[in-house]
Write a protein that binds this ligand. Structure first.
Ligand SMILES: Nc1nc2c(ncn2[C@@H]2O[C@H](COP(=O)(O)OP(=O)(O)O)[C@@H](O)[C@H]2O)c(=O)[nH]1
Ligand SMILES: [Mg+2]
Length: 305
């Protein structure tokens, strides 16, 4: 199992990482190296503004004569990427997690992974299946809840998701659960009715559980690159988000999207998720992420950290 995870993770962002590696090994740097780094960062979807910041620093170090070999590039990149992520605040200790995002972005899968993550911290967990539109949704969540050892409350087909949320809040209180995860229906951020429904769900939670910290997490498919950036932007305009769960990073070469999201949206990245195994997630750790991107460490599921 361990080997399997390692093998899988070895490939995360490998294209960017391996090209950076060959730059870090260079014995001398010239202008074309800086141009090459710029191209790499743009290709990895780091975004124009963050890339510009990094390149400006590299350029002035080069002109000042302090950028001479590959290891100097690595030092500056590490520092600059760290600065870009320094805004990424850790999440508050929430007990209620509301998962939102478009269809297929990985909400249900992450609900299972998060329940398992919390269960490992000895927290009893209730998952609410508030996606009452998709017939297969409860079935998929039942499997995840079983794997995670979590309890599950399922809405009736086409039951108002706000009413499922109400029932879930009652059960959460009555049975003294430690955490509540609410899996919602996929919604297009541009669809007014669905966004209104989300606000209704939020109102019910704050009314029923006023003393609890609620964390609204947006699942974002990393494979969509800059498109996922725009998705998060529009979502955030419609409903307040506390954090982003970047999913499917196993299939993406767009590791730079993290810098773009943190810099330009000011929404913290809360978790990373990859693969279909219940352990395939980790709370986002900026320093580890940078080390992974620069080829210093491999990202591992929380189980192995
Ligand atoms: N490779 C990979 N696949 C994922 C990940 N998260 C979800 N999936 C797959 O993406 C599809 C949609 O996920 P699902 O959780 O149902 O998304 P939802 O519609 O937002 O609830 C499913 O086939 C999942 O197995 C991930 O982190 N990595
Ligand atoms: Mg779902």
């Amino acid at each position: 199992m361990f080997q399997f995870i390692k093998e899988k993770l070895k490939n995360i962002y490998s294209a960017v990482t391996s090209q950076l590696q060959s730059i870090f090994e260079k014995k001398s740097i010239d202008q074309s190296t800086i141009d090459q780094i710029q191209e790499l960062l743009i290709k990895a979807d780091t975004g124009i503004a963050p890339t510009k910041k990094i390149i400006t620093h590299l350029q002035s170090a080069y002109e000042a004569g302090s950028l001479q070999e590959g290891s100097d590039v690595k030092k500056i990149l590490h520092q600059e990427l760290g600065l870009l992520l320094s805004k990424n605040k850790p999440l508050p200790q929430a007990t209620i997690f509301l998962l939102v995002g478009i269809n297929g972005s990985g909400k249900t899968t992450f609900a299972g992974k998060l329940a398992h993550f919390l269960a490992k911290q000895k927290k009893s967990c209730l998952i609410a299946a508030a996606d009452t539109f998709r017939a297969a949704a409860p079935e998929q969540l039942t499997i995840w809840a079983q794997k995670a050892g979590a309890s599950l409350i399922i809405g009736r087909p086409n039951q108002d998701p706000a009413s499922v949320t109400f029932d879930a809040c009652e059960q959460f209180k009555n049975q003294n659960f430690d955490a509540l995860i609410i899996d919602t229906a996929g919604r297009l951020q541009t669809k007014d009715s669905l966004m209104k429904e989300l606000e209704k769900i939020k109102r019910i939670i704050t009314k029923q559980l006023p003393n609890h910290i609620v964390c609204t997490l947006l699942t974002v498919d990393a494979m969509l690159g800059q498109n996922s950036f725009h998705q998060a932007q529009i979502f955030h305009q419609s409903t307040a988000l506390d954090g982003i769960v970047l999913t499917k990073i196993d299939g993406s070469a767009k590791g730079g999207i993290v810098f773009s999201i943190v810099q330009e949206l000011s929404i913290p990245i809360a978790y990373l998720s990859w693969g279909e195994h219940i352990d395939d997630m980790t709370p986002f750790n900026p320093e580890l992420y940078i080390q992974n991107l620069l080829g210093e460490v491999k990202l591992q599921s929380h189980k192995h950290q």
